[in-house]
Design a protein around this ligand. Structure first.
Ligand code: NAP
Length: 454
């Protein structure tokens, strides 16, 4: 029997567990899926926007894996913090697979980025997703105009949430405080700005289209700006997703989606942010330098500038892997070095240690991209099985963790959180509503309301 710990219960961790228990080459593999949070599902719970019900429903598939007879969820344990070092964890299992994602956001590195009102989109996402580590209500929703820097799917998510009325979010599981703050939002204009052209935007077409069909927001594009992009006139050489994006934007330029709503989302291109402008310590706008295509997929500066007025700036320029305590890390790529998922320490394979997901390949791709990524890692692990079974793990890893002072949240604890969130929803006259703080989550998980985060 092979006992494996998977660290991280987001899609890459759960797909890794699934690949391990659904294969037949090495029968009887048992998996513990660990998470520092008492809740499973990673970015599906704490990243997918609350109004994306269909993607959220992926939780049901992930749940089925975590309920498999040879898989156990072990929440509330943080590897690399306190006594549970990676070395100690490896002593408890035959193998460990790290699926810890990319925990940080990228910075713009321009003056004014730290001004009040300038935030990372990932912090905003964490807040409306009820992540227990999220900053509470610090977002400048009194702003009339917001700039979202970046044209990826996170930029689309935050632009859409800003442009939706609270009524539209009421049927979702968005936490009550965030719903109240969004209900009071004064934001009327959202400018979503890309430094390159429309044919290089990173959003996917379904997400783009959705911006054109919001109940109370206009979506607009700037025709001459689109025309600057040579691939816009002839998209035949583009990847399918970029071709589809161009087709939608061309439609919008020719026949804009219905207008006259109370909010607007304006898509802008060929504008490179050079400074977040301030007034009295608060954001007052963003200065952009106009760019033009350089003929090789990039852009070159023109020396011409444009200021967009804004009192709220969200930078949505990508996630970045954070160095996991006790693991090797390549700061340039923000990933843990590996070979086909086998972790490399100082260039040599680290026996028994593996990686999958964003910490292995960087923060790219959609949720499904994690499946083949997990499979590759699991194939490597299984190929090493005859060596791994010679290791001597602890008889009862959870018992060993408790002896280290940890208090794991097992599946019934998570079910208790789910039940508490359903009750909270009923008490508020809403559907299930997420609990946004450690005390509430752990109190529900342990059945003890006096608890705080350890
Ligand atoms: P992303 O797809 O990498 O997009 C980042 C955007 O930021 C790009 O437009 C990029 O422009 C721009 N950017 C980067 N550095 C910049 C700078 N210094 N100045 C100005 N712009 C800059 O990242 P993301 O939106 O965070 O998404 C991360 C991953 O999660 C993606 O794979 C995404 O598809 C996925 N995701 C999916 C969904 C969904 O399926 N609904 C939702 C959310 C996230 P360049 O292209 O010029 O670098």
């Amino acid at each position: 029997m092979l006992r494996v710990a998977v660290v991280g219960s987001g899609p890459s961790g759960v797909y890794t567990a699934q690949s391990l228990v659904e294969q037949s080459a090495v029968p009887g593999v048992h998996v513990h899926v660990l998470d520092r949070l008492p809740c499973p599902y990673g970015l599906v719970r704490y990243g997918v926007a609350p109004d994306h019900e269909k993607i959220k429903s992926l939780q049901n598939n992930l749940r089925a894996v975590l309920e498999h007879e040879r898989v156990s969820f072990v929440g509330g344990v943080e590897v690399g913090k306190g006594a549970l070092t990676p070395a100690r964890l490896l002593g408890l299992y035959h193998a460990v697979v790290y699926c810890v994602g990319a925990a940080k956001d990228r910075r713009l590195g321009i003056p004014g980025e730290e001004l009040a009102g300038s935030c990372s989109a990932t912090d905003f996402v964490s807040w409306y997703s009820a992540h227990p580590d999220a900053a509470s209500n610090g977002f400048a929703l009194g702003a009339r105009s917001a700039v979202v820097v970046g044209v990826g799917n996170v930029a689309v998510d935050v632009a859409r949430i800003l442009a939706r009325g609270a009524q539209e979010l009421l049927p979702t599981d968005v936490p009550q405080a965030a719903l109240g703050a969004l209900a009071g939002s004064q934001v009327r204009e959202v400018h979503m700005v890309g430094r390159r052209g429309p044919s290089q935007a990173r959003f996917t077409t379904k997400e783009l289209r959705e911006l054109g069909s919001l109940p109370d927001a206009d979506a607009t594009v700037d025709g001459p700006e689109l025309a600057l992009d040579p691939a816009f006139a002839d998209p035949s050489g583009l990847l399918a997703v970029n071709r589809r994006n161009v087709a939608v934007l061309r439609e919008w330029a020719q026949a804009p989606p219905p207008q006259g709503h109370s909010r607007s989302i304006r898509l802008r291109f060929f504008l490179r942010p050079v400074e977040v402008l301030g007034d009295g310590g608060r954001v007052s706008g963003v200065r952009f330098e106009r760019t033009v295509p350089d003929g090789h997929g990039g852009v070159r500066p023109t020396g011409g500038y444009e200021d967009i007025e804004a009192q709220l700036v969200l930078r949505a320029v990508g996630y970045r892997g954070a160095p996991p305590a006790g693991l090797p890390f390549d700061p340039a790529s923000g990933t843990v070095p590996h070979e086909a998922g086998r972790m490399l320490r100082e260039g040599a394979q680290a026996p028994g240690e593996y990686v999958a997901g964003w910490i292995k390949r960087g923060p790219t791709g959609v949720i499904g991209t994690n499946r083949p990524c997990a499979k590759e890692t699991v194939a490597s692990l299984l190929a090493d099985a005859s060596f791994l079974v010679q290791r001597r793990p602890a008889d009862d890893p959870l018992d060993a963790m408790r002896k280290l002072g940890l208090r794991p949240v097992e599946w019934p604890g998570w079910l208790a959180i789910e039940a508490a969130e359903a009750d909270l929803g009923i008490s508020l006259g809403r559907r299930s509503v997420k609990i946004p703080d450690w005390a509430g989550l752990l109190g529900a998980a342990y059945g003890d309301t006096s608890l705080q985060h350890p």
